[in-house]
Design a binder for this molecule. Structure first.
Ligand SMILES: [Zn+2]
Length: 216
């Protein structure tokens, strides 16, 4: 069996892409204040404005293959990567707008997991771009610095590694001592770990993943 090509951070296999480039979604009513509900919709709009991907309110007919956005636990996380023939769930812990899971880039980050993107810093070629400082990582979080999914074909859509990606972690992610855990090895990493916007490469990768006719 050939060694899988996992040099990159986007799922290339179309069975993991949302059919018709459409994500039926349901934001749990009682989970969010109006202000937070609107911030989730704003993140959705940013993705829609920059690609051909559409999020549409789910109907009963869409389930189980729909996205549920809720706030039932700590942190911000997404249960599966991409479209998996079962209900997808994003959890967003409540923070004030602009902080934690409610930075606009944090919401976009989770929605890009939903669409099929893994973290940039776990791509197979990352050691050419960042040096992982294992001695500084709180060991219970080591899992966040590896990608053990060898069954998936990953791709960078010819865009390359992207320090500025909203899917990258910050330099001190999961540090146990305040020292850096991810040290960039090249120029251009000033905005590493930013959670303010989709980078240009994030946008192009998404458009290529979903074969958006007007954007690629
Ligand atoms: Zn993530």
């Amino acid at each position: 069996k050939a060694h899988p090509i996992r040099t990159r951070n986007g799922i290339v296999n179309q069975i993991y892409h949302w059919p018709n480039r459409t994500v039926p979604y349901m934001i749990e009513d009682d989970a969010f204040a109006d202000s937070h509900y609107r911030e989730i919709l704003r993140a959705i709009s940013i993705i829609e404005e920059n690609s051909c991907v559409i999020f549409k309110p789910a109907t009963e007919m869409d389930f189980p293959m729909a996205l549920v956005i809720t706030s039932k636990g700590l942190g911000c996380n997404t249960v599966h990567l991409g479209y998996r023939n079962k209900t997808q769930v994003v959890n967003l812990e409540i923070y004030p707008l602009g902080e934690g899971c409610f930075r606009i880039g944090s919401i976009i980050h989770e929605l890009l997991h939903v669409l099929g993107f893994e973290h940039q810093h776990v791509s197979q070629n990352r050691d050419q771009y960042v040096s992982i400082q294992w001695k500084n990582i709180n060991p219970q979080y080591n899992i966040n610095f590896v990608n053990n999914d060898n069954s998936t074909a990953w791709h960078d859509f010819d865009e390359g590694y992207d320090y500025e990606s909203v899917m990258h972690y910050v330099p001190r992610a999961f540090s146990r001592n305040g020292q850096p855990t991810i040290v960039p090895l090249r120029e251009g990493a000033e905005n590493m770990g930013q959670r303010f916007y989709m980078s240009e490469k994030d946008i192009r990768k998404l458009n290529k993943m979903y074969r958006c006719p007007d954007h690629v």
